[in-house]
Ligand binder design. Structure first.
Ligand code: ADP
Length: 245
């Protein structure tokens, strides 16, 4: 796949696949294209060339008669329903309570009944340690609590794929641990496929089965965490890791 912003090509001839249930961490210097990859999968950015497949199905474009053809929005949304994303800055709906944030998409996108959506939401809030906050507005919560709500909101859609974009980068250091613990639990208890962009290298090492090192829009190294973190092949990876570890 390829992604350009104007004349700036940020992802070039990128080709990788992720197996169902696999947890992959994307590392690399700022500007290397990690967030753009997650945003392309979530269809928040438009792919400039090539294809993305989710569960074997084309996401936004398919090849037909030798041509690259855009798929109808309805079909794209059928696929994106299966993908959840958590952002650096939470992106909760500020004018809704915590519970409303969690039931909105299950009711309006999945067609779940309100009682069923609320029951599920309460279970998820309990899971992220925020059962007592269902009536609160997000702005009254700490950053760490808001992020745990955002994780619960993503899980409320029962995603097959979870995209985590620097979810602890905006948090005060003392709030990071609770958020990472919630994610460690999800990793241990579910088989959700995860693509993780993070600077938390210990976390990456613990939860992911695979690490991809990016530099300038290409994959420099791709392998199990113990290999990438302890015996990186590329000098660029060694320099990056010694700067962040
Ligand atoms: P990373 O997540 O690795 O820090 P990004 O995916 O955010 O990298 O960015 C990759 C490149 O794409 C950078 O050069 C960045 O400036 C550029 N970029 C990202 N988003 C946009 C945008 N909306 N418009 C123009 N350039 C962008």
């Amino acid at each position: 796949m390829e992604k350009r912003f104007g004349k700036n090509t940020v992802l070039k001839g990128l080709n990788f696949s992720v197996s169902p249930g696999e947890r992959v961490t994307l590392i690399g210097p700022s500007g290397s294209g990690k967030t753009t990859i997650l945003r392309l999968i979530m269809t928040l950015e438009e792919l400039s060339g090539g294809f993305i497949f989710v569960g074997g199905q084309p996401l936004t474009h398919e090849e037909r008669g030798g041509k690259r053809v855009a798929l109808p929005g309805k079909r794209v949304r059928e696929t994106t329903k299966r993908i959840g994303m958590v952002f650096q800055h939470f992106n909760l709906f500020p004018n809704m309570t915590v519970l409303e944030n969690l039931v909105e998409a299950p009711i309006h996108v999945l067609g779940m009944s309100r009682p069923e959506a609320e029951e599920k939401a309460r279970g998820l809030l309990d899971k992220v340690g925020l059962a007592d906050k269902e009536g609160a507005h997000p702005t009254r919560l700490s950053g760490g609590q808001q992020q745990r709500v955002a994780i619960a909101r993503a899980l409320a859609m029962d995603p097959e794929i979870l995209l985590l974009d620097e979810v602890t980068s905006a948090l005060d250091p003392e709030l990071v641990g609770d958020v990472l613990q919630v994610l460690r639990d999800i990793a241990a208890e579910t088989d959700i496929t995860m693509l993780i962009v993070t600077h938390e290298m210990q976390f990456a090492r613990d939860v992911s089965q695979r690490v991809m090192m990016f530099d300038q829009g290409v994959i420099l190294e791709d392998g199990p965490p113990e290999e990438i973190f302890t015996r990186p092949r590329e000098e660029r990876t060694q320099r990056f890791l010694s700067a962040v570890l």
